[in-house]
Design a protein around this ligand. Structure first.
Ligand SMILES: *Cc1c(COP(=O)(O)O)cnc(C)c1O
Length: 388
């Protein structure tokens, strides 16, 4: 099988929540299978079956390093994006952190905990109403004792892409380390860590058609990191635990495919995203596009519908077979306004009225048109409920 076709499994669902997770590409599953059942040895074992697994893990590391333009020993395998973010923040540590108010909670909550429990300090970079941060603001707030600056490459809720290389350059002017959470960016933006000039970068396989429960952290050679998890000394001593060989192979295969098919995929996403944004803004009364109008992820459309509660809209769409989300998936079911939209300056009422639609490899123009029709209908019904 060379293309993604999930229609057999999910006939009724129009899945527009690829920022929450993606299905695993069948080619990735196929690449993983032998490492469950045949080449199941422990990577640390000296015998042949262990060494075959070891070979697969090291080949995967090389594949990833090639795409990131780094060396294999700069890649650490983790259990996913959250762990990579935790390892970056906790591993680098320091007296003072700089981050943004719109990071994923794996960064935000981790820094808050270090502030509460260990007396660390942090400063938040301002964001404008599109979610952009500015290098000049970083220059003004960076301190002599800043240990780490962490700014996400692209936002998971509104899709805004940040000027990472410019921000990293400012951090480096002051000899401060720079981390980026590239979990949403992977597969849609270049991941060349030399061009981005970052010291640490987080990835998660399940956001680009790889398996759940596996990720990586790029750590530039020479960066001093303390281990997040101690034990058997795997992953250069930074992250103990028996290697998840099938998942590691799946991560590398998914990243390889994402960049081998990069141009086609990104063009496909962009066409669908633009169709979606155009039709929603034209057809649905009170629709507002959130995030940056152009510097946004290729797959990502996000809206506010004035006067509608986002959670009711998501439930109504779900009953019509359309899988969408409001804020990020981690906050699903929560009726609190989106903290990202509040940080962008929206009122609590508007920040509760959000809808995020993220397209994927298997999404079709017909699905987009059907989704727009359903949104129009659901928004109409919900606004009548409010008016009544
Ligand atoms: C999904 C996501 C994460 C968490 O990754 P997991 O592998 O699910 O732990 C971190 N950061 C961003 C921006 C994400 O979108």
């Amino acid at each position: 099988m060379t293309s993604l076709d999930y229609s057999k499994n999910q006939p009724a669902t129009i899945y527009l929540d690829h920022s929450a997770t993606t299905p695993t590409d069948p080619r990735v599953v196929e690449a993983m299978l032998p490492y469950f059942t045949t080449i199941y040895g422990n990577v640390s074992s000296a015998h042949r079956i262990g060494q075959q697994a070891h070979g697969a893990v090291e080949k995967s590391r090389e594949t990833i390093a090639d795409i990131l333009n780094c060396t294999p020993d700069e890649i650490i395998f983790t259990s996913g994006g959250s762990e990579s973010d935790n390892l970056a923040v906790r591993g680098v540590g320091g007296r003072h952190f700089i981050t943004t108010p719109i990071e994923h909670s794996a960064i935000g909550k981790t820094i808050c905990q270090l502030a509460e429990k260990q007396g660390a300090e942090y400063t938040l970079l301002p964001v404008d109403d599109t979610g952009k941060v500015y290098p000049q603001d970083l220059r003004e707030i960076i301190r002599r004792d800043t240990g780490l600056v962490s700014v996400m490459y692209a936002n998971n809720e509104v899709g805004t892409v940040q000027p990472i290389a410019e921000l990293a350059a400012v951090a480096h002017e002051r000899c401060v380390l720079f981390h980026t959470d590239a979990v949403q960016a992977a597969g849609q933006l270049p991941l060349d860590v030399r061009a981005l000039d970052v010291d640490l970068l987080s990835l998660s396989a399940h956001k680009f058609y790889g398996p759940k429960g596996i990720g990586a952290l790029y750590v530039r050679k020479g960066v001093k990191l303390s281990a997040s998890q101690t034990g058997g000394g795997q992953e250069f001593g930074y992250r103990a635990g028996t290697h998840a060989t099938p998942l590691i192979v799946g991560l590398a295969k998914a990243l390889e495919l994402a960049y081998a098919e990069y141009d086609t995929r990104v063009a496909h996403y962009q066409g669908l995203r633009d169709r979606l944004i155009r039709h929603v803004l034209n057809a649905v009364p009170g629709a507002i596009l959130t995030g940056h109008p152009t510097d946004r992820l290729a797959s990502h459309a996000s809206f506010i519908f004035e006067g509608i509660h986002g959670q009711f809209l998501i439930d109504a769409l779900d009953s019509q077979g359309i899988a969408a989300s409001g804020a990020s998936a981690c906050k699903a079911g929560s009726h609190a306004p989106s903290s990202v939209l509040l940080a962008l300056g929206y009122s609590p009422e508007l920040a509760s009225a959000s809808l995020r639609l993220t397209v994927g490899v298997q999404t079709t123009p017909a699905e987009i048109d059907e989704a727009v029709g359903a949104i129009l209908q659901c928004v109409g019904q919900l606004s009548r409920v409010v008016a009544a």
